[in-house]
Write a protein that binds this ligand. Sequence first.
Ligand SMILES: Cc1cc2nc3c(=O)[nH]c(=O)nc-3n(C[C@H](O)[C@H](O)[C@H](O)COP(=O)(O)O)c2cc1C
Length: 389
Amino acid sequence: MSVVDRAITIAELRRLALRRLPRFVGDYLEGGAGDGGGVTRNVDAFRKYRLIPRALVEPTPIDTTVELFGRRYASLFGISAVGLAGIYRRHADELLAEAARAADIPFILSGASTASIKTVCRIAPDHTWYQLYGAHRPEVTESMMARARDAGVKVLVYTVDYPVAPRSEVVGRTGVSMAQGPSPRTFPRLFVDALRHPFWTADYLRSGGLPKLESWSPYAPAGSNAREVAAYYVQNWSNAQTWRDLDRVRAFWQGPLVVKGLVHGDDVTRAVQAGADAVTISNHGGNKLDCMQATLDALAQIKPSTNGKVRLLFNGGIRRGSDLIVAKALGADFCFTGRATIYGVAAGGLRGAKRAIDILQSDLTYTMAMIGQRSAAAITQDCLALDQA
Ligand SMILES: Cc1cc2nc3c(=O)[nH]c(=O)nc-3n(C[C@H](O)[C@H](O)[C@H](O)COP(=O)(O)O)c2cc1C
């Protein structure tokens, strides 16, 4: 039995992951925008809620399946897009896709992925969704969507929550830029950091150093190495997406379209008017602005104004199976993990990714039995109490 198999909580997988990762990589994963307050606020928001156990209810069978875009998935959650995932563990995108397929849950490949859409679709043809980051040149954005479509992707997730480049004080302090590499003044510190984390360092060096952003590689000048592709991505990724861009994406993409990164009711209404099939309430895991409300609070505020007219997907701060129930009860139709599954894959590769999913799934079924809810799809606010303390 490996060490990840013995982990029984996501918090333990997190500890294992951060032990394996050099500080400057761990900071990138954990950091968040500004001083990182948004990351902890997302997690803490769940602790305000209590679940109400019910008595004398037949505890089995528990049905965690949920229908989404004409397909039934095995659980209430999937794996969200995380860019540059290969930095945490070589081939992390591929491993997460494989774990998602095995668990029969969706996997969203990041628009800044270190695996190509084609590769990931080959691994998990029925479970891969693609997350789009718009490019400055509309023809590049269209080409990315065409690649996803041709690879067999059914669901497109358009992330719209970064009007300007993100700023993290924690990451800023590490002095490491993906596009430019480390600055000379940081070399000694990074060298010691790398030596202290030999498993990560050996994996990194053995597999050729910085992983290439495969989703952008086809557009960078021919023969570009990983650093040059990263530089191309930084220059050509367009933060400044507008409602006009959403119209263009909607006109191009014929399948289900999810707009990811909304936290205001008016934006949800407008996205639905523009033809979105679902929206994801998300603040990018606290990575965009440290002083914003938790996504769980945004969900609770937005849900009543939607009148059930749009499917609400949710992410931000999910670390336990019971968190999935709270989000569902507050109106999420489906949830996604970000860091929780990255901790798993970073700590233990495929086994770790599967372990993270198992931990959430077993906690979900246990908690559903405790509160007398046999169907995930039927969970409502009735099972919730607000903590009075
Ligand atoms: C290191 C990191 C990189 C991320 N990269 C992307 C990305 O490429 N595209 C995207 O839409 N969201 C990205 N996200 C946001 C996640 O999809 C998700 O919204 C967030 O992680 C959920 O919060 P959680 O980590 O607390 O679960 C990233 C998040 C993290 C932590």
